[in-house]
Design a protein around this ligand. Structure first.
Ligand SMILES: NC(=O)c1ccc[n+]([C@@H]2O[C@H](COP(=O)([O-])OP(=O)(O)OC[C@H]3O[C@@H](n4cnc5c(N)ncnc54)[C@H](O)[C@@H]3O)[C@@H](O)[C@H]2O)c1
Ligand SMILES: NCCCC=O
Length: 485
């Protein structure tokens, strides 16, 4: 079993770094409530050192060929896959997510990103644009400079890699700040990148809470900020970045709809609803937490859903038989429990769960509410816990209007056997990431991100390259220059 205690709290300029005078951050194992490690928040001097290292390293990194940069990223991807077991154990200890999940969804997803963008790095090119008279324009795709990545706590390894891989592929350097709730995994990513041959200073990790993030965002040497976090934090970070006219990617929260029509394959729709509400104990940004079920199949859907929830294996996350783990922290569990109380108070019908589990740690039962109406708090606000809201509908136009009646727009899903309807509904969703007859798949080849308050920009896919590089236009005149005088 991996020892979760990190060598030091930060990784700066190719080496672990420590300053005990920073605020202590205990790392609590969600399954037991015990402290398993401790780091210290970066002092202003350490944050400054990280940005200085990234700034110094950037021109040389950008001057390497894309193929050379990509080779290092792909080597890191291979190393991550070789060490998947220990990295998955660390992810489980950092977040409380079951090992059954982390073995397939975290380090592997990080490796996918490093491999994919490592592969693209050598293929990044500009364009040649022919103009009348022989003149032409060519474009250069250039790195932005120093990028700051700020992570949420639900997918610490994946988030670090999803941000680092495209940034580094384009020739940028990065200072990454993990969530203070899960400070361990990104340090391992930095260690592996260094071992894979990444030059010092290209990827740095500084730990700390919001004030460390804010200091990084406000630094004049930083060209771009990519945040994964809540909408309220996104508003603050976007505003601070705008003051410095910095590029941003905002991967924020959601309250996504999933529509189950009367002709849907019910078992598949229930699988989608389970994946979109209970995987990672419901702590996934894109979750389809408003499940609109056609009234014709509503009771069949609910009774089969309750039956399947009854087979969930709640237990020690390090036991591979466990498929439902604790929430990340006591605070997050209390937030979800308050929402459950609100649901009951406002008249929703509790169909499954609803209580804290009778065991140590921060376990909350998988919870389903039926007869939820659009105005209820649990149907409007992001809960970020294992709480599914089932709402009734009968008509496609009506359900589309209701699905879109939210400030959020991260994801949306539809289950139906009528493919014409499926594509019509997907086109009508006000969401950045849509699913037909599935839910929550996030392959690196597909753009991922939100619209409306759920975000700006896209992660993954070739789209991410546009968000980590700038296009410079060079006009070349082949003849004389005509001037008015
Ligand atoms: N769209 C996505 O890809 C995605 C993925 C995962 C999580 N999320 C969202 O993240 C949220 C849960 O994560 P969380 O509780 O860690 O979010 P959060 O907004 O509380 O914190 C996110 C990060 O921002 C930092 N931060 C806080 N204030 C800051 C400031 N003023 N300046 C700079 N950094 C600051 C935090 O320290 C943390 O690292 C949910 O809303 C979830 O939907 C979105
Ligand atoms: N696997 C995708 C997770 C993104 C948001 O939480």
């Amino acid at each position: 079993m991996i020892d979760p205690k990190p060598t030091a709290s930060h990784f700066i300029d190719g080496a672990y770094a420590e300053d005990d005078s920073g605020t202590p951050i205990p790392v609590i194992y969600a399954a037991t409530g015990e402290e398993i490690a401790r780091v210290h928040a970066a002092t202003p001097a350490l944050a400054d050192r990280a940005i200085a290292a990234a700034k110094r390293a950037q021109p040389e990194w950008a001057a390497m060929s894309g193929t050379e940069r990509g080779r290092i990223l792909r080597r890191a991807a291979d190393m991550i896959r070789e060490r998947n077991r220990e990295l998955s154990e660390l992810e489980t200890l950092d977040t409380g997510k079951p090992l059954q999940e982390t073995l397939v969804a975290d380090a592997t997803s990080g490796a996918d990103a490093l491999e994919y963008f490592g592969g693209l790095a050598g293929a990044l090119t500009g364009e040649h644009i022919q103009l009348p008279g022989g003149d032409f324009v060519y474009t250069r795709r250039e790195a932005l400079g120093v990028c700051v990545g700020i992570g949420a706590w639900n997918y610490p390894t994946q988030i670090a890699c999803w941000k680092a891989a495209p940034a580094l592929a384009c020739g940028n350097t990065m200072v990454f700040k993990p969530s203070e709730t899960t400070p361990l995994c990104a340090l391992k990513v930095a260690e592996i990148l260094k071992e894979a041959g990444l030059p010092d200073g290209v990827f740095n990790v500084v730990n700390g809470a919001g004030e460390v993030g804010a200091a990084l965002v406000g630094d004049d040497r930083v060209a771009k900020v990519s945040l994964t976090g809540s909408v309220p934090t996104g508003r603050k970070v976007y505003q601070a970045a705008a003051a410095g006219m910095k590029h941003v990617t905002m991967e924020l929260g959601g309250k996504s709809p999933m529509i189950v029509f009367e002709d849907a394959d019910i078992e598949n729709a229930i699988s989608g609803a389970i994946l979109g509400n209970f995987y990672s104990s419901g702590q996934i940004c894109s979750n389809g937490t408003r499940v609109f079920v056609h009234t014709d199949i509503k009771e069949a859907f609910l009774s089969r859903l309750a039956e399947r929830i009854g087979t969930a294996v709640m237990g020690d996350p390090l036991d591979e038989a466990t498929n439902f783990g604790p929430m990340v922290s006591e605070g997050q569990m209390n937030i979800a429990m308050n929402y459950i109380a609100k649901g009951v108070e406002e008249g929703a019908r509790l169909v499954a769960g609803g209580k804290r589990a009778d065991r140590g740690g921060w376990y909350l039962e998988p919870t389903v509410f039926a007869d939820v109406t659009d105005d209820m708090t649990i149907a409007r606000e992001e809960i970020f816990g294992p709480v599914m809201c089932v709402l009734d509908f009968t008509d496609e136009d009506e359900v589309m209007a209701r699905a879109n009646a939210t400030e959020y727009g991260l994801a949306a899903g539809v289950f139906t056997r009528d493919l014409a309807r499926a594509h019509r509904v997907a086109a009508g969703f006000e969401a950045g990431t849509c699913y037909i007859n599935t839910y929550n798949d996030a392959p690196v080849e597909a753009p991922f991100g939100g619209v409306k308050a759920s975000g700006v920009g896209r992660e993954n896919s070739k789209e991410a390259i546009n968000h980590y590089s700038e296009v410079k236009s060079v006009y070349v005149r082949m003849g004389d220059v005509e001037a008015p005088f």
